[in-house]
Design a protein around this ligand. Structure first.
Ligand code: HBI
Ligand code: FE
Length: 285
C-alpha cells in the first residue's frame, strides 16, 4: 500500500487531484505554471475577502503569521517561495499533495514538520463552500500558525500521536482533536473571543458565524471532552471549543498521555455535537 498511491478510502468526494503521479509519501510537484488565469483570479477573490475578515475576527498570532508569509494577494503562491520564508524561522516546510491523503502518511508528514498543502483550487461556483481541502484552505487556513512555535509543536505532537492512536483503535478520538482544535478552534484574547481554526478562517460565512451567531455552543477547552465529541463535516459547527492560549493547547498535545483516554473511551458512543454538559464551562463572546 505504501508504494502504491491510491485514493484514500475515507474520502467520499470525487477526487480532483491526480494521485497517479504521487510519490510513496503522496507528495507531488506543484506544477505552478499549470494554474490558469481563472485559478489565480479565484485565489485573488478569496484572499481579498478573507484578509479583510481576519483583521476583525482572527487571533493576533494568526494575523501575524499571515503577514510573515507575505503571500501574494493576486497569484496562487509558489510552495518553494513560501518555504524560503518558513523553513528558516520555524523548521517547517510545506509539501504539495493531490488532496486528502491516507492518515498514516498525513501523520508522518506532520511528525516531521512537513505540512501537506493540496495543489488544486476550487471553482468559482464553490467560493463559499467546499468539503475537501484545496490550496486556499490549506495555505491560507493552516500555514500562518506554523510560524507560532507553540502551535507548531502541537501540530508535530499530533503527527507523532497518530501511530499510537491507530494501534489503540482510537483514530476517531484523535481526529476529533484535529477537527475541533486545528480546524475549528477559538481562542480568548484581551480583545475578546477570536478564531484561529483553519476551517473557520478559510470560510467567510463561518468566520462571522462562529463569533457572532447566538446558535453555536462555545465551550472552554477540555481535552477529554474534545476527544469524546462527535462532529459535523457538512455544516457550520454546533460546538466550538475555546482555548485560553496556545500554551494551553501545546500542553494538552505535547505533555499529555492520551492512552488513558483511549482506554476508557475508544469504541464508546461519542458525545453529540450539539449538547452542553453540566460540567462544561460555557464561554460568552
Ligand atoms: N490529508 N491532505 C490532507 N489533509 C488533511 O487535513 C488530512 C489528510 N488526511 C487525513 C486527515 N486529514 C485526518 O483524517 C487526520 O487528521 C486524522
Ligand atoms: Fe484543514
Amino acid at each position: 500500500m505504501a508504494n502504491q498511491p491510491v485514493a484514500p478510502t475515507h474520502n467520499p468526494v470525487a477526487l480532483r487531484g491526480d494521485y497517479s503521479r504521487a510519490a510513496a509519501d503522496y507528495t507531488v510537484e506543484q506544477e505552478w505554471d499549470r494554474y490558469t488565469e481563472e485559478d489565480h483570479a479565484i485565489w485573488k477573490t478569496l484572499y481579498a475577502r478573507q484578509s479583510q475578515m481576519i483583521e476583525k475576527y482572527a487571533a493576533p498570532e494568526f494575523i501575524a503569521g499571515t503577514k510573515t508569509l507575505s503571500a501574494s494577494p493576486d497569484r496562487i503562491p509558489r510552495i518553494e517561495d513560501t518555504n524560503r520564508i518558513l523553513e528558516p524561522i520555524c523548521g517547517w516546510k510545506i509539501v504539495a499533495v493531490p488532496g486528502l491523503i491516507p492518515e498514516e502518511q498525513f501523520f508522518a508528514h506532520l511528525a516531521n514538520r512537513r505540512f501537506p498543502v493540496t495543489v488544486w483550487i476550487r471553482k468559482r461556483e464553490e467560493l463559499d463552500y467546499l468539503v475537501e481541502p484545496d490550496i486556499f484552505h490549506d495555505f491560507f487556513g493552516h500555514v500562518p500558525l506554523l510560524t507560532n512555535p507553540l502551535f507548531a509543536r502541537f501540530m508535530q505532537a499530533y503527527g507523532e500521536a497518530g501511530p499510537k492512536a491507530i494501534a489503540a483503535g482510537a483514530l476517531k478520538m484523535l481526529a476529533r482533536l484535529y477537527w475541533y482544535m486545528v480546524e475549528f478552534g477559538l481562542i480568548m484574547t484581551p480583545k475578546g473571543l477570536r478564531a484561529y481554526g483553519s476551517g473557520i478562517l478559510s470560510s467567510k460565512g463561518e468566520t462571522a458565524y462562529c463569533l457572532e451567531s447566538p446558535k453555536p455552543n462555545r465551550i472552554a477547552f477540555d481535552l477529554e471532552r474534545v476527544l469524546r465529541t462527535d462532529y459535523l463535516i457538512d455544516d457550520y459547527q454546533q460546538t466550538y471549543f475555546v482555548i485560553e492560549s496556545f500554551e494551553q493547547l501545546f500542553h494538552a498535545g505535547y505533555d499529555t498521555d492520551f492512552a488513558p483516554f483511549y482506554k476508557q473511551f475508544a469504541g464508546t458512543k461519542g458525545i453529540e455535537p450539539n449538547v452542553v454538559l453540566p460540567t462544561d464551562r460555557v464561554v460568552r463572546p
